[in-house]
Design a protein around this ligand. Structure first.
Ligand code: ADP
Length: 295
């Protein structure tokens, strides 16, 4: 079983001839609406991989919230801990994209910002949770409440979006498996250019002030696994695929990894399956697994 504590959005993508400049009004040539939010994306991925998933998140009492609920329900995700907040609209990302793929994105966290520690307690008290999976699109206090909760046997954190490395440092000691991508690993270890080469990854990981396991996702290069307690790292290459849309690949990776760990798989074994399914998810558009959206 996997419990995901995180965000859910209904995103709007507007296609434009070119990205507008400040003060300009442009007509879109088309628009679409896709479910997203890292929490919901990862919950769907874990469910598609075969996990029983409970989603702890928040949406508004609006049409967008209904759409998100119905998509998560179609994937069999348990929504008994989903908060329907009357105080804020469902979160949304508005993406403006031109034909060259140039884009501009504005995120309104909306109800995601209202997911509070008390909601986490209400959801987790009395449970036993083999794997608790979190990201950073809900308040850090809420992530901390989840990671410290005694229900959680194994805490997996995808530190995205990174925000402040200092704030995150407080949560890191509570984490069992940290899953950054290359740019998040760079930000966690003092910046510098991303992408980080495979050769540099080990050096960067050794600079983390953190004792748990780390799995670094490396895009087309797959992932690098650093077990806790200093066991030697392993590189898990990704299969070569015809990638057409890599958005959300990291979310698929995290959801599948969490499922594997909840089944008692070793970290490397769980990573192998996550790498394969994440690679496959880049071969079709709109990256939640079969049905849903982008992060
Ligand atoms: P994020 O989406 O967070 O930036 P990555 O780009 O590291 O994360 O991708 C996550 C995973 O998705 C990788 O570990 C890999 O398994 C898969 N993946 C992403 N891009 C590709 C690609 N071009 N070819 C094959 N696999 C990919």
């Amino acid at each position: 079983d996997v419990v995901v504590v995180g965000s859910a959005n209904l995103d709007t993508t507007l296609r434009v001839p070119r990205v507008p400049v400040a003060g300009e009004t442009l007509l879109a040539t088309g628009s679409s609406s896709t479910p997203g939010g890292k929490g919901a994306n990862q919950a769907v991925a874990a469910a598609v991989a075969g996990a029983r998933v409970r989603f702890v998140g928040a949406v508004g009492q609006d049409r967008a919230g209904e759409v998100i609920k119905s998509i998560l329900q179609q994937h069999g995700v348990d929504l008994s801990s989903l908060q329907l907040l009357g105080t804020a609209p469902t979160g949304t990302a508005t993406v403006v994209v031109d034909d060259d793929g140039e884009n501009l994105i504005v995120v309104d966290p909306g109800a995601n910002a209202g997911l509070a520690p008390q909601h986490v307690h209400a959801a987790l008290d009395g449970l036993e949770v083999p794997v608790l999976l979190c990201q950073l699109e809900v308040p850090l206090d809420t992530v901390r409440a989840a990671a410290t909760h005694q229900a959680a046997r194994c805490v997996v954190l995808n530190p995205a979006p990174m925000g402040s490395a200092e704030a995150l440092a407080e949560v890191l000691p509570l984490v069992d498996v940290l899953v950054p991508n290359q740019s998040e690993l760079a930000q966690l270890t003092g910046g510098g250019p991303a992408p980080i080469t495979l050769e540099e990854v080990g050096d960067r990981v050794s600079r983390l002030t953190y004792a748990g396991a780390v799995v670094v996702t490396l895009g087309a290069q797959g992932a690098a696994v650093f077990p806790a307690a200093g066991a030697p790292p392993t590189h898990v290459p990704a299969p070569t695929v015809d990638a057409i849309d890599t958005s959300g690949a990291g979310d698929v990776f995290c959801g599948v990894l969490a499922h594997g760990l909840s089944q008692g798989e070793e970290l490397e074994e769980a990573t192998r399956r996550a790498v394969v399914l994440a690679a496959r998810s880049t071969t079709f558009r709109g990256a939640q697994m079969p049905l849903a959206g982008r992060s």
